[in-house]
Design a binder for this molecule. Sequence first.
Ligand code: HEM
Length: 400
Amino acid sequence: MSTVALSSRLELNSFAGKALKAAVGFWFAVMVAGQIAFAFTVASYYGLAAVRGNTALAWSKHFTHGYVPGDTMGNSAVALHLVSAVIVILAGMFQLMPQVRERFPRFHRWNGRLYVVTAFTVSLAGLYMTWVRGSVGDLSQHLGSSLMAVLIMACATMALRYAMARDFRTHRRWALRLYLVVSASLFIRAGLFLSFLLNRGPFGFDASTFSGPFLTFLAFAQYLVPLGVLEIYLRAKERGGAARRMAVAAGLSALTVALSVGIFAVTLVAWLPSIRAAYDNRKSIAATLSATIASNGIDQAARLYHDLKAGASAKYNFDESELNTLGYQLMKAKKFREAIRVFQLNVEAYSRSSNAYDSLGEAYVNDGDKALAIANYEKSLQLNAKNSNAVEMLRKLRQP
Ligand code: HEM
């Protein structure tokens, strides 16, 4: 080979190496931003609710079975899952930062132990919540998240084993796999919200049952796709030619752009409202009414609601989500009459909200009042023609 050809090949190789490094840097920067936003949201939303003694309502907003009075084991599993989730996200992020690893090896070792322990606790608590308590989604999704739990524990064990054997090359590979499988919790949220954005609504699943082919796909793809991309990347980095490395750099950059749009969407639509709710210093009207319903019944609670709205509206949080969450909590406790009253109050206050009517419709379905359920779903659809849940519910309710 001539000297000119050799030097241009070397230049191309070096360029491909730099392109791959830059693509990985871009990906990791997006991951760090997403993980900080995710961990901050979970810590703020659930942590501050616990500090304020508002755990029952905060949990019931996002969990199928949040706080269930008397279920110490189940409630502890949720608490353990949430605390471990925050730690495992942040610990993984620090483990992968080369500057931290090189400058603070002692921190890397202790943080690594914490990472492995929380990888196990988040997974075991997640398995308990899925199979013993019951959670949102169908069997395929439960199998998908359970395989994720098994993979997290397997990767954590292998990473620890090779670190102890001082085989750092193999340790690094397993640590990268562990990081990706743990990060599936971020990938699935970004993927789901990206699909909402692109489709302008739910895509490939039934919003009323939260099941369907796209969710089954996501339940497995959330970790299998990243693990596949990792293997392709490692092969390209270690043995690939310039063309292969450049192709991998381009593919990874395209995936990172999609990931950043998904993270942006979930942050805007789900996490920012949760953060705002966490740092809202007004009293929760839902918590106040929940206590009154328990002590004096729904009629007294409805009177209190109107009194507070008239006399102390600045002190209380009267956002639409407050009564919506309380209504669902009452439905879970099978207090349908109370739930209907609460959703009625919300419909009065937010008469232009399609979601408020949708919730009231659902309460009537649960209470067995088909005619009023249909009337409220129709109203919900009138206010938002894209409410696919209302369309689906009306179809079911009108079946003979
Ligand atoms: C390691 C990464 C994980 C993180 C960071 C994580 C984080 C979370 C968070 C923050 C929630 C509350 C819902 C929300 O606010 O979005 C949640 C709920 C839940 N997680 Fe995880 N999780 C992880 C892994 C798992 C695994 C492996 C499983 C299953 C084996 C699992 C099962 C569940 C279940 C069942 C719920 C409640 C859903 C419901 O009640 O309908 N999680 N998780």
